[in-house]
Design a binder for this molecule. Structure first.
Ligand SMILES: Nc1ncnc2c1ncn2[C@@H]1O[C@H](COP(=O)(O)OP(=O)(O)OP(=O)(O)O)[C@@H](O)[C@H]1O
Ligand SMILES: [Mg+2]
Length: 300
């Protein structure tokens, strides 16, 4: 598979402020990440809350400027792209969030919401309406419902509309940031199935961020584990789950390998809240331990 995205030494440092707005320090939300994403694959990103998954996604999408490092998309360094070129290629990368409300205007119909990113880029209204209707059909929204507002739809349907909005501009790459986490368990599988169907139909490449290891195990080609802004392990998904190498990956997997989902959630929360037993030392650089299987070397 050919390389679509390359991330090199990517870093994002935030100022940390106290309740009075005074700077009290800095936080490396993304702390030197290197990775590649192949065209057509789904790269899963897992890791506890605050490990930097969403920040990594936003940096790749250029929604935020990195403090250091670069994102190479289709052979072009995005930070050095001219404004005109960036504008022309704006539809190529999209995002699907956990909460469809963040993508949908409550006062607009489903059709208008899906048309908006197209008309904003200069697509004439009638052509945009045609494309938007096709996208809504592709995600399973009936034509006679397209004039309804988000409130009239169920949570799962709203997420389908947000997905239609993301695919309408014909992107090559989509960051799916916890796309099913807010949905009922019974709906989650339908929406992940839909994402997989759309991937095949439209040749999409996904960065798939999730807390839910079972979802990632099902749909990711490769999976990366993040901790404190760094990737501690990256491997083909089956290998990561069957032969995890890094102690943190093992802990994460152990926490969910219990039959009762309720207690699995509790145990995950426990992993997340436990101060890292390996002290505050950072993980070292990634070492390839088997073909395509990378593990952070011992703490520096
Ligand atoms: N705009 C910001 N300003 C300051 N700190 C931020 C900002 N955005 C994120 N952070 C911090 O950066 C760290 C990484 O956040 P991020 O949202 O990327 O984590 P995450 O892995 O997506 O977590 P979650 O699983 O809860 O979504 C966190 O400590 C967060 O508080
Ligand atoms: Mg997040």
């Amino acid at each position: 598979m050919s390389e679509l995205i390359r991330v090199e030494s990517l870093r994002k440092t935030y100022q940390v402020r106290n309740a009075w707005g005074r700077r009290t320090g800095t936080l490396d939300a993304v702390d030197g990440v290197d990775l590649t994403i192949s065209a057509g694959e789904t790269l899963g990103i897992v890791g506890e809350s605050g490990s930097g998954k969403s920040t990594l996604g936003r940096l790749i999408l250029q929604m935020e400027q990195p403090t250091a490092g670069s994102v190479i998309y289709d052979g072009r360094d995005l930070s050095t792209m001219s404004r005109r070129e960036r504008y022309a290629r704006r539809g190529e990368m999209q995002v699907i969030h956990q909460d469809p409300y963040s993508a949908l205007n409550p006062h607009r119909s489903a059709l208008a919401s899906v048309m908006e990113p197209l008309t904003a880029r200069g697509t004439p209204a009638d052509a945009a309406a045609t494309i938007a209707r096709e996208a809504l059909t592709a995600v399973g929204i009936d034509q006679d419902a397209v004039h309804k507002r988000p409130r009239a739809f169920s949570g799962g349907q709203r997420q389908r509309i947000a997905i239609a909005r993301a695919i309408a501009p014909r992107p090559a790459f989509i960051v799916c940031d916890e796309p099913v986490s807010a949905l009922d368990m019974s709906i989650q599988a339908q929406v992940t199935d839909l994402l997989q169907k759309l991937q095949r139909e439209f040749d999409l490449t996904y960065l798939f961020i999730s807390h839910d290891l079972s979802v990632v195990r099902e749909i990711a080609t490769r999976t990366a584990v993040m901790r404190r802004g760094r990737i501690v392990e990256l491997a083909p998904t089956a290998e990561l789950f069957d032969a995890p190498q890094h102690p943190y990956t093992r802990r994460l997997l152990e926490a969910v390998l219990v039959p009762d989902p309720e207690s699995a959630r509790e145990r995950l929360a426990h992993v997340a809240s436990r101060p890292a037993a390996e002290a505050s030392a950072s993980d070292g650089p990634l070492v390839e331990v088997a073909p395509g299987h990378f593990v952070a070397s011992s703490p520096l």
